[in-house]
Design a binder for this molecule. Sequence first.
Ligand SMILES: [Zn+2]
Length: 283
Amino acid sequence: MKFQGRRQSRNISRRGSSGGGFPVGGGLGIGGLIIVVLFTLLTGGNLGDIMGSTTQPNRQIEQSENNEQSDKLYEFTSVVLADTEDVWGSLFQNMGREYTPPQTTIYSGAVQSGCGFASSQVGPFYCSADKTVYLDLTFYNDLQNKYGAAGDFAFAYVIAHEVGHHVQQELGILSQVQQIQQRVSQTQANQWNVAMELQADYLAGVVAHHQDAAGYLDPGDIEEAMQATIAVGDDTIQKRAQGHVVPDSFTHGSAAQRKEWYMKGYNAGDLREWDSYTALGLQ
Ligand SMILES: [Zn+2]
């Protein structure tokens, strides 16, 4: 994606790694696992992340190799966020609404969010309580090395997906889904979660549509994003982590579904076909 010299978001900040006093660097080990468990308990699903966190293998936190790469990635992230601001600002205007963009916090290792403490092990996530996207930029390398989804636009998809949860928050969808989830069975609650995640993938695709139309994409970018949607599919992650797949436990959708909904949004460029809830037979 072309990003050098382009407008950067102002709604982004770096958070030092000392927040909360949790160990950073090296392996998080047991401490990291505790943070992940605590985070899951505290939030009770009150957040949107890019993938299911409970089935992830334990992994080590990598320090960014060098500052130059880290600075470039920060600039890239800021430009993608600016693109989401432009796209959603304009689409909200078409609906007679005003779009207030999310804040984005770039952190390293672990962070205290409005949804509780989180370590990088949960992956990028959006917290609706403080309307903030949390990103550890080392996830960029994880995408390539651990999930096999290489390329800058794979990461752009992840960012746009988290912003998609903010769009859902602004439109009142997140709270509606959470209310429904409280009165249905676990399996049904998971299905509602899948529909919500597929809709966030759709919304990420909508942003890509407009980035493409503006001439910002390089050849192969959409392919990179599609590979990323496949890499974070529940079946892909479960197969790698436990060797088999349990569809009832899906919370984010299969690889095929995630790719399908991302491409639906990419082809539409607006909200016309975004109703993943009806499509999944939920309403
Ligand atoms: Zn999500």
